[in-house]
Design a protein around this ligand. Structure first.
Ligand SMILES: *[C@@H]1O[C@H](CO)[C@@H](O)[C@H](O)[C@H]1NC(C)=O
Ligand SMILES: *[C@@H]1O[C@H](CO)[C@@H](O)[C@H](O)[C@H]1NC(C)=O
Ligand SMILES: *[C@@H]1O[C@H](CO)[C@@H](O)[C@H](O)[C@H]1NC(C)=O
Ligand SMILES: *[C@@H]1O[C@H](CO)[C@@H](O)[C@H](O)[C@H]1NC(C)=O
Ligand SMILES: *[C@@H]1O[C@H](CO)[C@@H](O)[C@H](O)[C@H]1NC(C)=O
Ligand SMILES: *[C@@H]1O[C@H](CO)[C@@H](O)[C@H](O)[C@H]1NC(C)=O
Ligand SMILES: *[C@@H]1O[C@H](CO)[C@@H](O)[C@H](O)[C@H]1NC(C)=O
Ligand SMILES: [Ca+2]
Length: 572
């Protein structure tokens, strides 16, 4: 097995002596980096020593990240390229390394977002402030600023499958293997010393994180992962669902109408969690108790904004029908469920229409992430979006989801439900998802957690399997939160800004995150810690909103679980 020989991989390099007393400027040289490059033979790559760059960056001030507390860090910024043997290609990797005195024997891979595999400066503080080497890759896309969609087609009709593999999982595998080996050599760690290995990411980066945990689980000690964009063909195509709802119902709602429906939903459902704070911590109770029909006829009014004119009117039956259909999720023409959708309170981002001043009406705005998946990866046309939705029905979306699954099951899909190698080697995983996410449905994460539980503990009943899985994998739904971020519409809610710290504490100090710490992003309580319950327990505040209970509520849990009777094979 290749992985067990990775220890030899390190030993083959020349171990330079680095004293903790060495300063950043002592070690942050091209010569020291070149001396610390790992032996590349086992990966089938050739590191291009001549491409090494190394430059010390001092007092980098990083503030406002949802993923890391504000910090000021100094680090060595290293990049180098490598090529795959037998191919005329190049992948660039980037490592931010703390000074030897700050290094805490940790390595962290960072993921990308949307169609990027690299997050650049957005992730610097993430690893470095915890004494970790922080790694990123350009995926072989040609530069750190290039996106997948710029390189995935060689020409019309020809998918670059090398790039699909790299984006799917391979670039991150190589980044981690090279990163761990390079880290050991850079700091002169002995083979006996433990180097902790982490993954930290959200959204597309979350998909990248799971691509590693599912394939190379035993290489990771821990991961802190938000709102993963996995089950890729379903996830990307469902971005088109809201548009097809509008088309099918024949109503393109003004922005203000949908925004008012969202705010009214938040207002109604806020208190169902026992705490009136403008944050809906129980979108499940909202689903069970709030009837959107009651909003029909309520007035809405918004000032002009951007290209949208001032809007004033009353919420229509059709507007509510669009909202209800979106929340209900994709069903085929026989009424069978194909996929899941967003929770009530999510802001209908995919449904946003654009104002057409010539016709004084609202047009459907085809969501690019969905349209481009279809044009590039299914139709293999180098165009950025579907030109129209002509002929596109709910059945078309189903067909695209299934075709995408068949074509990219082994690369982009990333919903393999067996994490046994990760679990068996002692890995720990925290997985979180905003309850009001309007880009990746929150129930997508619940479905995956449930798939792992069912797959890995087939002989245990619900209570026992839930007890067993929480030893190493916990899922948290974040009250009020948006996609990988706090939510302007529910500003008093938390986001797990210290997630990486939490996973480090769990892995290295066995501090169990029974509840996850979230940090309130805005409002009167900005900066305060708000605890987040672990699935399947649901939050409920007693004592006039003061005491958080994490309760077991079967009726609520049931609203998160779906049978995809419209898809002929299991979809984990
Ligand atoms: C870092 O930047 C923030 C926001 O610009 C600023 O308030 C803070 O004073 C800066 N900290 C340091 C140490 O420069
Ligand atoms: C790191 O180095 C690369 C290559 O020189 C450069 O493009 C990038 O801007 C640097 N990043 C930081 C944060 O200094
Ligand atoms: C909805 O609520 C948000 C925040 O509370 C506010 O900024 C926004 O203007 C409201 N939108 C509408 C349409 O009322
Ligand atoms: C909205 O409803 C109110 C009360 O039913 C009515 O008076 C008003 O004319 C309606 N406004 C619009 C723009 O349709
Ligand atoms: C690929 O095909 C599309 C649709 O036919 C066309 O719009 C586009 O210009 C073509 N691109 C190239 C690079 O030929
Ligand atoms: C679940 O755990 C209980 C209590 O430990 C035990 O009595 C029961 O047999 C277990 N059930 C299954 C299906 O494992
Ligand atoms: C949550 O934060 C508190 C300090 O505010 C800390 O004592 C506790 O250990 C943290 N819990 C977890 C699970 O990280
Ligand atoms: Ca509330």
């Amino acid at each position: 097995m290749i992985r067990s020989s990775l220890a030899g991989f390190v030993a083959a390099g020349c171990i330079a002596v680095v004293q903790a007393a060495s300063s950043l400027s002592d070690v942050c040289t091209v010569a020291h980096v070149q001396d610390s490059l790992p032996d590349d033979a086992l990966l089938g790559v050739t590191i291009q020593s001549s491409t090494v760059t190394a430059a010390a960056v001092y007092n980098y001030n990083d503030t406002g990240s949802p993923f890391f507390p504000d910090t000021v860090v100094s680090f060595c910024n290293v990049t180098f390229g490598y090529s795959h043997n037998g191919k005329d290609d190049q992948v660039l990797v980037n490592y931010f390394l703390p000074a030897p005195a700050e290094f805490k024997k940790r390595y962290v891979s960072q993921g990308g977002g949307a169609l990027d595999i690299y997050s650049g400066t957005a992730t610097i503080a993430g690893g470095v402030q915890y004494g970790a080497v922080n790694g990123g890759t350009d995926g072989g896309f040609g530069s750190f600023s290039a996106s997948f969609d710029e390189v995935v087609l060689l020409d019309n009709g020809t998918v670059n499958l090398d790039i699909v593999n790299l984006f799917g999982y391979q670039a991150h595998y190589e980044l981690g293997v090279l990163g761990r080996a390079f880290t050991r050599l850079f700091y002169g760690m002995s083979e006996q010393e433990k180097l902790y290995s982490y993954f930290q990411a959200c959204s597309e980066g979350g998909r990248e994180a799971f691509s590693q945990l599912q394939r190379y689980g035993d290489l990771w000690d821990g991961a802190s992962v938000g709102a993963p964009a996995f089950r890729y063909s379903f996830q990307q195509v469902q971005h088109l669902f809201s548009n097809v709802v509008e088309k099918t119902i024949g109503y393109n709602p003004p922005l203000c109408e949908m925004a008012t429906i969202v705010n009214a939903t938040i207002n109604y459902c806020d208190g169902l969690d026992g705490k009136n704070d403008g944050v809906v911590a129980r979108t499940d109770l909202c689903k069970l108790k709030f009837n959107l029909d009651t909003l029909i006829g309520n007035s809405y009014e918004c000032p002009a904004s951007g290209s949208a004119p001032a809007q004033k009117g009353n919420i229509t039956e059709k507007g509510v029908e669009v909202a209800k259909e979106i929340i209900n999720g994709l069903h085929d023409s026989k009424g069978r469920r194909v996929y899941i959708s967003y929770q009530p309170t999510a802001d209908f981002h995919d449904a946003q229409t654009t104002y057409n001043s010539e016709t004084d009406s609202w047009d459907i705005s085809i969501v690019g992430l969905g349209g481009e998946f279809v044009t590039q990866l299914l139709q293999n046309l180098d165009i950025e979006n579907l030109p129209s939705l002509e002929g596109v029905t709910y059945d078309t979306l189903k067909y695209w989801m299934i075709e995408g699954m068949q074509r990219y099951q082994d690369t982009l899909q990333v919903n393999w439900p067996d994490l046994t190698p990760f679990q068996a080697s002692g890995g720990k995983l925290i997985h979180f998802h905003g309850e009001s996410d309007s880009s990746v449905p929150t129930a997508s994460s619940v479905r995956y957690w449930e798939s792992v539980r069912n797959t890995m503990y087939p002989d245990l009943d619900y209570a026992n399997s839930t007890a067993a899985i929480k030893d190493w994998y916990r899922l948290y739904l974040v009250p009020g939160a948006a996609h990988c971020d706090w939510n302007d519409e529910q500003p008093n809610g938390p986001w797990p800004q210290t997630g990486l710290q939490t996973i480090i504490d769990w892995v290295e100090n066995n501090i169990e995150p029974v509840r996850l710490n979230g940090t309130v992003g805005a409002g009167d309580n900005a900066g305060q810690i708000m605890e987040i319950c672990a699935w399947p327990l649901r939050p409920y505040w007693t004592n006039d909103g003061k005491n958080l209970e994490c309760e077991y509520d079967q009726a609520s849990i049931d609203t998160w679980l779906y049978e995809f009777d419209g898809v002929p094979v299991p979809v984990y």
